[in-house]
Ligand binder design. Sequence first.
Ligand code: SF4
Length: 289
Amino acid sequence: MNINKIIRVFPRRTNATPCDALTFTEAPTKNDLEQLAFIAFDEIHISVTFTYDLPKAEELYQKWSVLGIPVTIGGPAIGMRGEEFVPGQYVKDGYVITSRGCPNHCWFCSVWKREGDLRELPIMEGFNILDDNLLACSERHIRAVFAMLKRQSERPIFTGGLEAKRLQPWHVELLRSIGTKRMFFAYDTSDDLEPLMIAGRLLQDGGFSKSSHAARCYVLIGYPGDTMDAAEMRLKQAWNAGFLPFAMLYRNKNGEIDKSWSKFQRLWVRPWIVVSNLKIADTFNARQE
Ligand code: SF4
């Protein structure tokens, strides 16, 4: 499919949203309609990542239908399985997906329900890996992904998340050899802690100092039964394991959050505020000892 003939509409702009001339985040203006009327498009795709954006997506569907071109709504929010990855189509250039799906079945996650088992895809060029669980891929695939990353001019980032339980010394060596800028792990449930601590040690032994903050960790907070004290303890445990923690507020299947957690979450999402607070706590604790 030729992406130059598809208008892509995203209800929300994120860091990964493409920004070419055929990408929109709102209804078409009069000016847009005048300009687009002279170009032959095949389709309009409204791509929705988050379920809470579905009402806006439906509004956009009505507004974009005036062009008289077929309009479809798709994306993870409607449980649509991702197919072939086309660079620049639904994420901007540089972001890349080399595999989809996950062999795990975490209760709070929609990946395995939507994508099913792991599928390795043809490897396209990019520096920011968005795979659901890259480390679950075959060694052959992982090595091919790192060979591709080595060719990139930008330092690699693993936004999609690396599973601590699967991290091996040879992965760490590959991560170091390509000058990884940032990589994200996850601390979602209590059984993630031990693998996270082991992964933290492997990374530090492999040359990723804690002070570089290259190793980061999404910490799930605010799920049913969670408390702020328990969440703060997990965030600090991630830090002690060698990761810069980043709070991820739980959303239920309708995409709703518990608003009473919003203020707490804000304290744990800005890296430099988090670092400075944790360093102050470290200094205080050292003085107490
Ligand atoms: S390991 Fe990650 S991607 Fe896989 S099911 Fe669990 S949360 Fe989802």
